[in-house]
Ligand binder design. Structure first.
Ligand code: COA
Length: 382
């Protein structure tokens, strides 16, 4: 039987600290006028020292599960699209799985830069379509503030922190994620990059290391080239995905693009001969939150009443890799009223999930203390 992956829940989280362009201009040689005119950005949110990509992702996912009315123990797959994981391993998704108490879920991170959410949506919806899982939580989460060179005004003014999540659920009713196209071009890898932390430590012998020419562990970008790439691929991916879904732009109620820059979207809209009203933009408030930007914009679009049941919505992502892609989704849910009392009660279960996680860690320690590997290291011996 055909399974369709429907979006049944959505949730977002933005750190409390909001940094305006004016505040930024106190630390960096820039102005509100320069930033706003070239990018459409007025402010961005910056994570507090105790916050991580995983804690942001957890907050967004918990809210999405509330809307979906799904208990975390029922979740079967957690995917976190991110370029700013706390660790190479464990994955951010495993931390989120633990924070949620999603005890029956597989979990992994997905790296496709700012296209990550569209990529993750496709992986999750295909897992549902094949019957491999019945539901999935797809999250885009970033702490870009931790990987920016705050002396480099051409990049640090562009990005922000945040997380957005959706819950996908399988159903035999047609709808949900209808078609997706994913593309990449690694020949443009150098145009937008973030070197991994230890990639420049090449061991020679013993404790000696040489570097391989890269010294920075911060975002590096050729702004002009990325601009040109983005305006081209937004238009082509929308055209490609509509063809795949056998729809025309007239069938589309709203396009939610990756929120990089207002001018990029305006140029793409001109290429497609579409009015700007067809595009949802909130880059002004959040800056570019990379993989989190599409689900963050989705939350705002739902809040603003921009999506009605049976509307077709297009998500379009583009970014480092180079990567790009688009999805057509039939929006078939009415935003539910989630009573506050329920919400507070649901919080208790996350406190209990942390308690159970601590207990499991403690049990592991106790068990390691009372068992010893044998002399050959072949296994535990009492
Ligand atoms: N404030 C003030 N001046 C700045 C500045 C800032 N934050 N950043 C750069 N400048 C200066 C430059 O030093 C340069 O000065 P100069 O002419 O004296 O050398 C001037 O502004 C023009 O710089 P340039 O880089 O050519 O500007 P631009 O018109 O290409 O705009 C971007 C720069 C980054 C806004 C633009 O290229 C862009 O939006 N690119 C796409 C970026 C993006 O969205 N990336 C993420 C994709 S997922």
């Amino acid at each position: 039987m055909m399974r369709y992956a429907h979006i049944v829940g959505w949730g977002c989280y933005l750190p409390d600290r909001r940094v305006t362009n004016d505040e930024l201009s106190r630390y960096v040689d820039t102005t509100d006028e320069w930033i706003y005119q070239r990018t459409g950005i007025r402010a961005r949110h910056i994570a507090a020292p105790h916050e991580t990509t995983a804690t942001l992702a957890f907050e967004a996912a918990a809210r999405a599960l509330d809307v979906a009315d799904l208990h975390p123990s029922q979740v079967e797959l957690v995917i976190v699209a991110t370029s700013t994981p706390e660790y190479m391993f464990p994955s951010t998704a495993c931390k989120v799985q633990d924070y949620l108490g999603a005890s029956h879920a597989g979990a992994f991170d997905l790296s496709a830069a700012c296209s990550g959410f569209v990529y993750a949506l496709q992986m999750a919806s295909q897992s549902i379509a094949t019957g491999a899982v019945r539901n999935a939580v797809v999250i885009g989460s970033e702490t870009m503030s931790r990987v920016l060179d705050w002396q480099d005004r051409s990049t640090c003014v562009l990005f922000g922190d945040g997380a957005g999540a959706v819950v996908l659920k399988g159903s035999s009713v047609p709808g949900g994620v209808m078609a997706t196209t994913l593309r990449s071009d690694g020949s443009g890898a150098d145009l937008l990059s973030l070197p991994a932390l230890y990639h420049n430590r090449v061991p020679i012998s013993g404790a000696e290391y040489s570097t391989n020419g890269h010294h920075k562990n911060t975002v590096d970008m050729d702004g002009r080239q990325v601009y040109r790439f983005a305006t081209n691929v937004i238009a082509t991916s929308i055209q490609d995905v509509l063809k795949k879904a056998e729809l025309t732009v007239d069938d589309i109620a709203l396009i939610i693009p990756h929120q990089a820059n207002t001018r990029i979207i305006e140029t793409a809209a001109k290429k497609l001969k579409l009015p700007m009203e067809k595009f949802y933009l909130n880059v002004e408030h959040n800056g570019n939150t990379s993989a989190a930007s599409i689900p963050l914009a989705l939350c705002d679009a739902v809040r603003d009443g921009r999506l009605k049941p049976d509307d077709n919505v297009v998500f379009v992502g583009f970014g480092g890799g180079l990567t790009w892609g688009a999805s057509v989704v039939k929006w078939d849910v009415t935003p539910p009223e989630v009573p506050l009392i329920d919400h507070e009660w649901r919080r208790v279960r996350y406190i209990m999930a942390r308690g159970r996680s601590r207990l499991r860690r403690w049990q592991r320690r106790v068990s390691a203390a009372v068992t010893r590997p044998d002399e050959n290291g072949q296994g535990p011996k009492r």
